[in-house]
Design a protein around this ligand. Structure first.
Ligand SMILES: [Zn+2]
Length: 173
C-alpha cells in the first residue's frame, strides 16, 4: 500500500536534469485523474525538520499545513513542475489532465498553483517558452498566472486570490 496514487496509464522514468518524472504510457483524456497525493499533515515548523528532497516531494495544502511525502519516493510524488503544464489540481491533492495527453508525454503541473509559502523555491529549467525562470511561494500573486491557471489553484490559494480582488469564495476571475 502506498500513500500516493499514480494512474496506471503513467510510469516514472529517469529524467536527465531533474531526476525523475511521470510519463504517460497511453493517451490520457482531458479531465482524467492522473494522481492523488497523500502523506502526513505537518506544520511549516515541522516541515523544516525534514531533508530538502523529501520536502520537495511534499505539497502545501493550506496556509500553514503541508502533506509531508514518504521518506522513500513514491511514483505519485514524482510529478514535476512545468510553467506550461498539462495537468492541474482539483482540490488540494487530486491531479487531473488539463488537456489531452499523448502517450510518451511527461505529466506536469505548475507548483505555483499549490505553493503559498517559500518552503520549496527553485530555479526552473522546464524548457517551456513561457518558463518564468524561478518558482516561488509568491507566484500565485502574479496576475498572468492567476488568469491562465484560473480554476486550477489549490482552494486556499483560490480564496487568497479572490480576497485580493475583493471577492468572497472562488468566483471566476
Ligand atoms: Zn519553468
Amino acid at each position: 500500500m502506498q500513500h500516493s496514487w499514480l494512474t496506471p496509464k503513467a510510469a516514472v522514468r529517469a529524467v536527465g536534469e531533474h531526476g525523475h518524472g511521470a510519463f504517460a504510457l497511453a493517451p490520457i483524456a482531458a479531465g482524467e485523474v492522473v494522481a492523488a497525493f497523500g502523506g502526513w499533515v505537518v506544520t511549516a515548523a515541522q516541515l523544516d525538520d525534514f531533508d530538502p528532497d523529501r520536502v520537495s516531494r511534499s505539497i502545501q495544502i493550506h496556509d500553514e499545513l503541508y502533506l509531508l511525502a514518504t521518506e522513500e519516493p513514491e511514483p505519485g510524488d514524482l510529478i514535476n513542475h512545468s510553467c506550461d503544464p498539462n495537468c492541474g489540481l482539483l482540490g488540494e491533492t487530486v491531479l487531473v489532465a488539463r488537456e489531452d495527453v499523448a502517450a510518451g508525454d511527461e505529466l506536469t503541473f505548475d507548483y505555483g498553483t499549490c505553493d503559498g509559502s517559500p518552503y520549496d523555491e527553485f530555479d526552473c529549467a522546464c524548457g517551456a517558452p513561457r518558463c518564468r525562470g524561478r518558482v516561488t511561494g509568491d507566484d500565485w500573486r502574479d496576475r498572468e498566472l492567476q488568469v491562465r491557471h484560473n480554476g486550477w489553484f489549490s482552494p486556499y490559494l483560490a480564496r487568497r486570490i479572490a480576497a485580493q480582488h475583493g471577492r468572497r469564495g472562488a468566483a471566476p476571475l
